[in-house]
Design a protein around this ligand. Structure first.
Ligand code: ADP
Ligand code: MG
Length: 704
């Protein structure tokens, strides 16, 4: 494997415990005890200046005294000694530090934490933590932590930002019967972060899927990149979904951006599957660690009970995998293995009369049939059948089919016998759940994983053909003027440099000029106040639409200026904008924010009450691919409005998606300048008729 230093940290050949203790109850005692109890095969070296021997192991006063090579050092000494110990570890040639000690950035001691990382970097060491539980690994019999035991063995690996939760999950792996190889606590992430862990676990031969418990990132983009490059499934549970940074936002988008929505977008873009809660993290981890992705939409359900079949059908719809009827040939074959009153459509109901024979024949046939992309097998405990026998017959049928690249999930509903049968199935690599909807939602996760991989193969809209220089020139002039808010006219100049389809707009400084420009553009026109101090123009009575002739234009010119004066007497007025009146279209809004975690991020939603009241919006971290943009259009609750409703033809979603891509490229390439922006509204016309940006707003970053 490539990263020798991280190998030393996560798969050490020798581990020193700096601060090992002879006193039970101390962490330095527990960690040493756990290393021994887990039967770790590498060298265990206690470090403690006050002892020659602890738990039968030769103990050294300082790590520098150790004659052997030390790969990893678990550090449990008080925080103030950690910098010194770090230096000694560096001198000794240690590769990685697991700093269990707390009392660093989590209590405001960023300085101390930085000092430790700076020292470690000088020596080329990596730091896990501080403020961690440690590292646990079944394949290496390594419990370098103060969690009491290694997790229930399996092929998933977990990276957790919360130490307490990691210990709880460790214990729960036994009751949940979800197996893990490694549990990695990353605490304050002073150095090793989620991205590092993902990259390393992706190369780890003992890990088949990566589960994450996340509270927040320092570098959101590094995470996205690590996710995109991973070849193994990643499942994330994100805690803390309250809005952040919204209060101070000046634009609409700012106040709509919540951490939860942006994180969800980032997970999608990273190809990471999201879990909704801890149970869901376990359920999805089980499926993704044991089964291949589901590469098509055809899920077939086999059941012996109508009730669980209906529950599964409902769940299929809910989780985005609605059932389709099986083709005739499949139905014809399946009918051979059920009574007259069974059903071969989908769900395939073998009825309560089904025993091992019908189960195994229908499972083997369906699993091997090319129409079936994923198989869900349900079983309700009956008086006539033995759950373990059913489980074994299903498993044998799956084996006999010879199929290996297709997912299967199972649910047994019943009592202890069913529970025991499911344990047996899981031990044989088949995910089994106590409720039918869980078997379906886990299959949906396998489908989601395959879909997300497809998204990642998309290429980006090339960032060329834009006139970024002229956009920057406009911004430079605004800055010279001592402003951070662009007028609509200026914002539209920037927009049009990135090929965004704006309405023709000119600036009139006198009534006569206004009339001349209106005639040049052609009636009807729209007239608007142009002032950097009037951000919401309509609120100030500063917008007049559908102006049809010279007389109306004169009238509008005067009214707009008078209204602006009344609104803000000393406002700096640049003039009045005269612009082409765009025909009616469906109003949507595009926006951008600079997310503290993910940087430049774009938003899309429908205009009007959809955005104002329902906050029906969706986000993507820039840059956005065309496929992602199209996906955004379908993601909002109001999506049917764009698809065409009540006799309206479908809207030009292709054109809108391509505008979203250009907009995202603009936000990304001007990220050093633009703090927030929006295009509100953008009018979307019928298919083939394109879109028009009628209002534009840009707020610049404050510069020192
Ligand atoms: P603001 O958002 O600052 O109040 P807008 O420029 O968005 O001002 O104008 C307000 C409304 O007027 C828009 O939501 C849109 O419905 C309409 N409007 C503005 N400009 C045009 C235009 N060029 N063509 C058609 N309608 C327009
Ligand atoms: Mg507007």
């Amino acid at each position: 494997m490539k990263d020798d230093v991280l190998n030393g940290l996560f798969r050490p050949q020798s581990v020193a415990v700096v601060g090992a203790s002879t006193q039970p109850g101390k962490i330095g005692y527990t960690v040493l005890h756990n290393l021994i109890a887990s039967q770790y095969q590498g060298k265990i070296i206690p470090i403690n200046p006050g002892a020659d021997e602890i738990m039968g192991l030769k103990t050294y006063a300082s790590i520098c005294d150790v004659p052997d090579v030390v790969d990893a050092a678990v550090i449990v000494v008080p925080a103030k000694y950690v910098p010194q110990v770090t230096r000694e570890c560096g001198e000794k040639g240690v590769k990685g530090l697991m700093v269990i000690t707390s009392g660093f950035s989590e209590v405001g001691r960023r300085d101390l934490e930085k000092e430790v990382v700076d020292i470690a970097r000088q020596y080329g060491m990596r730091v896990l933590g501080p403020n961690i539980v440690g590292v646990l690994s079944n394949s290496d019999n390594l419990n370098a932590s103060f969690a009491p035991f290694l997790p229930f063995p399996g092929k998933a690996s977990l990276v957790s930002q919360s130490g307490a939760l990691l210990i709880a999950i460790d214990a729960a792996t036994y009751t949940r019967r979800v197996g893990f190889d490694k549990l990695i606590s990353i605490g304050n992430m002073s150095d090793v972060d989620f991205a590092d862990s993902i990259r390393w676990l992706d190369d780890d031969e003992n890990t088949s899927c990566i589960s994450l418990y996340i509270e927040g990132f320092k570098d959101g983009r590094a995470f996205i990149e690590a996710g995109q490059n991973a070849r193994k499934p990643i499942i994330a549970l994100k805690a803390g979904v309250s809005a952040h940074g919204a209060a101070a936002a000046a634009s609409h988008t700012g106040s709509l951006a919540g951490a939860a929505k942006i994180y969800s977008a980032a997970f999608q873009q990273a190809g990471v599957i999201q879990a909704t809660d801890l149970d869901n993290l376990f359920d999805r981890t089980l499926a993704l660690s044991l089964q291949p992705p589901m590469t098509g939409d055809n899920m077939l359900i086999i059941t012996n009970g109508g009730g669980v079949g209906v529950l599964a059908t409902d769940a299929a719809e809910r989780f985005g995998l609605p059932l389709r009827f099986a083709p005739d040939d499949v139905q014809a074959e399946l009918r051979k293995h059920m009574p007259e009153f069974g059903s071969a459509k989908n769900p395939v109901d073998l009825t309560g009369m089904a025993g091992t024979d019908w189960y195994s024949k229908s499972v083997q046939f369906s699993y091997a049939h090319p129409w079936v992309d994923g198989l869900v097998v349900l079983y309700c405990e009956t008086a006539m059948t033995d759950p373990m026998e059913i489980a074994k017959s299903i498993y044998q049928a799956l084996q006999d089919s010879g199929v290996k690249d297709k997912p299967v999930t199972i649910s047994f509903v019943g009592g202890e016998k069913s529970a025991a049968a499911m344990v047996w199935l899981v031990e044989h690599g088949v995910p089994a759940y106590g409720a039918p909807d869980l078997a379906v939602s886990s299959m949906a996760a396998l489908r989601e994983y395959a879909r997300s991989r497809k998204f990642l193969q998309e290429t980006l809209t090339p960032c060329d053909g834009y006139d970024a220089d002229s956009a920057r020139a406009v911004i430079a002039k605004v800055r010279e003027d001592g402003r951070s808010v662009l007028t609509e006219i200026e914002a539209k100049q920037v927009f049009s440099a990135f090929r965004l389809p704006i309405t023709t707009t000119r600036l009139a400084s006198s009534e006569e000029e206004a009339i001349r420009m209106a005639n040049e553009i052609g009636y009807p026109v729209v007239m608007k106040i142009v002032s950097p101090e009037i951000i919401h123009k309509s609120d100030a009575g500063g917008v007049k639409v559908n102006i049809k002739d010279d007389a109306a234009a004169r009238e509008a010119y005067r009214t707009i200026l008078a209204n602006a004066k009344a609104y803000k007497a000393d406002a700096n007025i640049h003039g009045v904008a005269i612009q082409e009146m765009a025909p009616w279209g469906t109003e949507v809004i595009l926006g951008s924010v600079n997310d503290p975690t993910f940087g430049p991020t774009v938003m899309f939603g429908l205009g009007g009450i959809f955005v104002e009241v329902l906050k029906d919006v969706t986000f993507r971290v820039t840059p956005v691919t065309n496929g992602q943009a199209l996906h955004m259009l379908g993601e909002i609750r109001g999506a049917p409005v764009l698809a065409g409703t009540r006799g309206e033809p479908p809207r030009d979603r292709q054109a809108l998606a391509s505008v979203l891509c250009d907009y995202s490229n603009m936000i990304l390439s001007l990220q050093d300048e633009i703090s927030e922006s929006d295009a509100n509204p953008v009018l979307v016309y019928a298919e083939g008729k394109g879109v028009k940006v009628v209002d534009a707003r840009i707020i610049l970053k404050k510069k020192g």
